[in-house]
Design a protein around this ligand. Structure first.
Ligand code: EPS
Length: 379
């Protein structure tokens, strides 16, 4: 079982991801993880914190000469802005943040809650995903994410291979597949920022090269669509998750939603068994099992809840009406969110791969992968 936890506060000494169940024998490329961490810090509309930090991973355990041992990995991302001991408590909770429910739940202060609820924690999740995607690469499984909508501006997807789409995305200031429309969106972010407000958006992730048969229909908590929804929904500020056609499927007839099944012997080879689907409205998952089509996940991010022009709140000490507290924040972190969602999806897919093909060593997984595809083709 491949799983991870994170620890760390936004302004504590460091964030840590503890990854357990990762197979032995993978030569880990630190640059891949650091590349994702750098992307997470970027995107137009980010706040001052990202000018302080230069996120990079340090392996505290689990590697020997750069190769994964069979033991748990502890990944550390240091906080340069480590000032937790000097920070004061907050008494005017921000609507939308964890401040009010979290402080009541713990019978404590707001600071203790906001430090952990902060999206700074996602640096640790991206580090874990940056590791997991390297296991996927061994099996030819590739992941990419981008922004499809920002502040109500619909940018959409684009056809193409993932390397093509990645190149487009990397040329966009907001990580969309339509860099030619960057100006429209960055002007909007500037205007909203000047007004002291924030913007949300929608991100999409596609996974190519998946075999048929990851996940299961047999038990609710191992269905891959359910696991993905949990992982993505648990990213800070996410309010909705869709797979494939998502909510739109509810508005259409069955004949317009389900992807017909065809058979073409020429399409046999590798992970493909000859079954072709002219459409992919299911987003690569049927009944919680991958069907060999690209996996498509979308997530809706609400606007960040820290507003420079604050909303109405209540002083927790006096119970008097007061404006919510303002702490340095971002106008828009949707681009960063696309990186985070991409990496949490990568981790869940890697976990499903380990479930199916075993987690002791990459070599054994590869042998079982070959055996499974041979048996499925024979059948
Ligand atoms: C973030 C770091 C934080 C915030 C942001 C995300 O840093 P600081 O609070 O020191 O400015 O910029 O956190 C939030 C949006 C939030 O709601 O807490 C990061 O590294 O992603």
């Amino acid at each position: 079982m491949l799983r991870y936890w994170t620890a760390g506060e936004s302004h504590g000494p460091a964030l840590v991801a503890l990854v357990d169940g990762f197979p032995a024998g993978l030569t880990v490329d630190k640059a891949v993880i650091d590349g994702e961490l750098v992307r997470r810090q970027g995107g137009y509309g980010r706040g001052g914190r990202q000018r302080i930090e230069t996120d990079a991973v340090r392996f505290l355990s689990g590697l020997w000469h750069g190769t994964k041992l069979g033991s748990p990995l502890a990944l550390e991302v240091v906080n340069k802005d480590a000032k937790l001991e000097k920070l004061e408590d907050v008494d005017r909770p921000r609507p939308g943040h964890a401040d009010l429910p979290g402080s009541i739940k713990h019978l404590g202060g707001v600071r203790a809650v906001l430090e952990r609820a902060s999206a700074r924690e996602t640096a640790a999740r991206v580090a874990a995903g940056g590791l997991a995607r390297q296991l996927l690469s061994v099996f030819g499984i590739e992941v990419a994410g981008w922004v499809t909508e920002l502040g109500g501006v619909v940018l959409g997807d684009r056809p193409g291979t993932l390397p093509e789409l990645r190149a487009l995305r990397d040329s966009s200031a907001i990580y969309s597949l339509h860099p030619e429309r960057d100006g429209e969106v960055t002007t909007l972010i500037d205007r909203i920022g000047k007004e002291g407000d924030t913007l949300g958006g929608v991100v999409a992730v596609r996974v190519d090269g998946l075999p048929i048969g990851l996940g299961t229909h047999a038990q609710w908590d191992r269905k891959l669509d359910g696991r993905l929804a949990q992982a993505v929904m648990a990213v800070q500020a996410i309010k909705g998750v869709e797979i494939g056609m998502g909510f739109e499927a509810a508005r259409r007839r069955g004949s317009e939603v389900h992807d017909p099944i065809h058979y073409d012997p020429a399409a046999r080879g590798g992970t493909q068994l000859g079954f072709t689907r002219p459409t992919n409205n299911a987003g690569g998952l049927e009944a919680g099992i991958t069907n060999g089509q690209p996996l498509v996940v979308r997530a809706a991010m609400k606007p960040i809840s820290t507003l420079r022009k604050p909303l109405e709140s209540v002083n927790l000490r006096t119970k008097q009406a007061e404006d919510a507290a303002y702490e340095r924040s971002d106008v828009c972190a949707v681009s960063a969110c696309s990186v985070i969602v991409e990496n949490v999806v990568a981790f869940e897919v890697a976990a499903a791969l380990v479930d199916k093909f075993g987690g002791d060593s990459v070599e054994e997984m590869a042998a079982r992968w070959r055996l499974y595809h041979d048996l499925a083709r024979e059948r």
